[in-house]
Design a protein around this ligand. Sequence first.
Ligand code: HEC
Ligand code: HEC
Ligand code: HEC
Length: 161
Amino acid sequence: MYKISLGVLCLVLAIILGNAMVVTGSGDADEMCVPMGTIMLEPLPGVEAKRTPVDFHHPTHFGFSCQTCHHKWIELDKPIAGCTTSGCHDVAEAPKPADTGSGDKELAARYYKTAFHNLCIGCHKEMQIQNKALELSGRVLKENLPNTGPTGCVQCHLKEE
Ligand code: HEC
Ligand code: HEC
Ligand code: HEC
């Protein structure tokens, strides 16, 4: 049914919507290639990085729906756009409080760092809170709690060797 090449899984979107899922390596415009390994998340161009880039293992997260992260992927016959696509999380500099203080949440979320931190740390933290509650309730043994992702800075931004 599918072919994996160079760590990506390519799907022809027009056909996903039909009955069969067909995969090619032909590079058509309506084809979407899903990274099946680690994606290196880096700052936007022009940002002087204070931290190391983040190795994000994409398939580890496939237990969640794609739209958990790709929240704009509504027209499923169009390929998924990257997070920092123009008009999305494309702001490289932290907006000044004066600009967001008036309640411009949209601008705040366009700052790519805020967007990533809210999404990534937000979910990991939420799961840790849920695990704590489950543990305290005594309904689930500690060793059976689901894995959560990291929330500590150097767990995502590994220290430089
Ligand atoms: C769950 C993973 C995760 C955790 C935990 C995390 N970050 Fe990030 N951070 C990211 C991602 C993803 C980006 C966007 C890609 C990039 O810029 O490297 C980012 C971007 C950044 C940036 C902007 C880019 C740069 O290098 O200057 C800074 C600064 C930063 N994080 C600092 C922190 C600090 C400080 C902490 C701890 C309080 C932290 N991060 C915790 C994932 C994480
Ligand atoms: C936990 C969050 C998360 C989940 C869940 C997730 N992805 Fe992703 N995905 C990402 C991130 C982050 C990137 C890197 C985007 C970037 O570089 O801007 C990415 C990249 C992609 C890309 C490449 C986009 C591009 O820029 O060309 C595709 C395609 C993709 N994902 C498909 C999927 C599919 C299909 C699913 C569901 C099976 C899925 N993803 C689930 C976070 C996620
Ligand atoms: C909806 C919840 C959710 C979101 C959003 C999410 N994660 Fe995770 N993440 C998890 C869970 C659950 C695990 C533990 C998976 C496991 O070990 O089985 C995890 C594990 C990780 C790990 C360590 C384990 C590994 O092998 O990769 C890293 C690093 C990580 N996440 C980074 C990120 C980054 C960076 C983002 C944002 C682009 C992100 N996560 C978004 C739920 C999430």
